[in-house]
Design a protein around this ligand. Structure first.
Ligand SMILES: [Ca+2]
Ligand SMILES: [Ca+2]
Ligand SMILES: [Ca+2]
Length: 314
């Protein structure tokens, strides 16, 4: 092998894709988007990620006792050993400006990269950790109308406590595809096979360079947030309705690369619980959680109504 020759076709292909994908870097420089001035203020609590593929650990970090969700099955589909993990201390305050502090309760992070623990500063425009040969996921491919790879899916089978009709959680989607690349990467929140995760604009939760309002820009050198991701969504609540015709339900929290396998994306998720939705679910529908004891009162009211009807029937 001659000096400088690619050691194998795959390596060469990855580097070629990397070169193609980084051509937007100069445009970013020209646009002045990497000239932000860092402030020494607003240091945030350190984000700590513990990579694991232990489904029990992931589940206990995501679903609190009393959530109204009764699990009958749980699995991690496709995720590599360190591709996902639990996190704590998600409290990203901007160093300057008026963008929001992104704060989430402790939970789970799923990525399309090789390591769920990423640098706590923005080091490069094209953060990419090796995860060779990660499979795609058909529902995400269908959603994205694109090939997917390095998919990572947390899947649950469940029933809900009486009176609940939906599941809800908070999330932040973050990606180093934004804003320089046209490759989307994608996140889905599938309840009984239906994806409920879309931006308020109606676009899928994926890289949307054509609509920068979907993301908060965190440029390299800008020091805005102490994390690697170039683009982050605000903290969203997503709610998905169960299909009442089914006796048992499924939830898939899923992320994947699209088009190619490089340039990582991640989704931080927390506080999965059962709720009551009256608006059809989606982003920005927090649903409601019945007050403790109200389900019993509701049950009593229903029984009372039934008794009342029985009396009238006499
Ligand atoms: Ca990847
Ligand atoms: Ca980055
Ligand atoms: Ca990617």
């Amino acid at each position: 092998m001659a000096a400088g020759e690619a050691p194998n076709g795959f390596f060469f292909m990855e580097n070629t894709m990397l070169m193609l994908k980084t051509q937007g870097w100069m445009n970013l420089l020209r646009a002045g988007l990497v000239c932000g001035v860092a402030s020494p203020l607003m240091a945030s609590a350190a984000l700590v990620v513990n990579p694991t593929n232990d489904v029990a650990q992931l589940t206990s970090a995501l679903i609190a006792p009393g959530s109204g969700i009764n699990l009958s099955g749980s699995s991690l589909v496709l995720g590599g050993a360190t591709q996902q993990g639990t996190y704590s201390g998600f409290n990203l305050a901007p160093s300057s400006g008026s963008t929001p502090t992104l704060q989430m309760q402790d939970g789970v992070v799923l990525t399309s990269g090789g390591n769920a623990s990423v640098p706590l500063s923005n080091t490069v425009n094209n953060y990419s950790t090796a995860l060779v040969g990660g499979s795609g996921y058909a529902p995400l491919a269908t959603l994205a109308s694109n090939t997917t790879s390095d998919a990572n899916v947390l899947r649950y089978n469940f029933t809900l406590a009486a009176g609940l009709n939906a599941v809800s959680m908070q999330f932040v989607f973050a990606t180093d595809e934004f804003p320089t690349q046209s490759v989307t990467d994608i996140f889905g929140f599938f309840v009984d096979g239906v994806n409920y995760a879309k931006f308020p604009s109606g676009e899928l939760i994926s890289n949307t360079p054509g609509n920068p309002t979907n993301f908060i820009l965190n440029p390299v050198g800008g020091g805005l947030y102490d994390i690697e991701w170039n683009g982050l969504t605000q903290v969203f609540t997503v709610t998905g309705l169960i299909n009442s015709a089914l006796s048992e339900h499924t939830l898939e929290i899923a992320i994947a690369d699209t088009s190619d396998s490089i340039f990582d994306s991640a989704v931080y998720v927390s506080g999965l619980k059962g709720v009551t939705s009256t608006t059809g679910g989606g982003i920005g529908d927090p649903g409601t959680v019945p007050e403790p004891g109200s389900l019993a009162l509701l049950g009593a009211a229903v029984l009372g109504l039934a008794a009342s009807r029985q009396r009238r029937a006499k």
